[in-house]
Design a protein around this ligand. Structure first.
Ligand code: SF4
Length: 233
């Protein structure tokens, strides 16, 4: 069933621009299209597209409680510039209190299990809440962000969250993303100018060196599959 919906969406949108596809989805799935932003470069392009066309797409963010000040700054600037409401999902206070009581504030450095536990509490649970009842989830994923994102499609069924994902910037290069931001004066996280490409929580993100893998700056002390449970790729 969901596989056939994905195929139908691929067929119906194959000749449409990104703007047209976003408008098509907003109309076809009224009130059930959401976009998750972490205010990274790709997400800022999508926010700009949604705002430019004043599309009825809900934008939300996950405030893990451990974000960089620079992320809050770009969040604030984005609100001011686009005057578009952004919903915020916070982790359950009791879960965070319990985690800190049991394991302290930096348990994510001690093991992959601990790290995943923190990501689950601070990201996966709030995301599950944000996606509930919706049908289309727009993301800023790009194929060149990591090897395992290479085989993503524009539309995908996400079995974990039982929702169809739309990845409009899938085939964009980082240079194209940066050009769109510069040409359209889109607010961006100041950390991008300091070598940060993929930006998540402050204790788990570092700048990367030129030529280093884009995802190398996330959970840099871990060697394998660097995902937090939001996206399987
Ligand atoms: Fe916790 Fe780090 Fe995951 Fe953020 S990225 S939720 S601080 S483990």
């Amino acid at each position: 069933m969901n596989v056939s919906i994905v195929q139908t969406l691929l067929d119906k949108t194959k000749d449409l621009s990104i703007d047209e596809t976003l408008a098509f989805l907003a109309n076809e799935y009224k009130g059930k299209v959401v976009f998750s932003t972490s205010f990274g470069q790709e997400d800022q392009v999508i926010t700009a597209l949604i705002a430019k066309n004043d599309l009825p797409i809900t934008i939300f963010t996950l405030d893990t409680g451990r974000l960089f000040q620079e992320t809050y700054d770009v969040f604030h600037k984005t609100l001011k510039k686009y005057k578009k409401h952004i919903e915020v999902y916070f982790p359950e206070a009791a879960s965070v209190e319990n985690l800190l009581k049991q394991k302290g504030p930096n348990s994510f450095y001690e093991s992959v299990e601990n790290r995943k536990e923190c990501c689950f509490i601070r990201k996966v649970v709030p995301l599950t809440k944000a996606l509930k009842g919706n049908e289309i989830w727009i993301t800023g994923l790009r194929a060149e962000q990591s090897e395992n994102r290479n085989d993503l499609a524009l539309f995908e069924y996400d079995a974990n969250f039982d929702i169809i994902k739309f990845n409009p910037l899938l085939r964009w290069s980082l240079e194209e993303v940066q050009k769109y931001i510069d040409d359209n004066n889109v607010p961006q996280n100041a950390l991008h100018k300091k070598g940060f490409v993929s930006i998540g929580c402050a204790p788990c993100t570092r700048a990367i060196a030129p030529g280093e893998d884009i995802r190398a700056g996330r959970w840099s002390w871990e060697s394998s599959h660097k995902e937090c449970g939001l996206h399987q790729k």
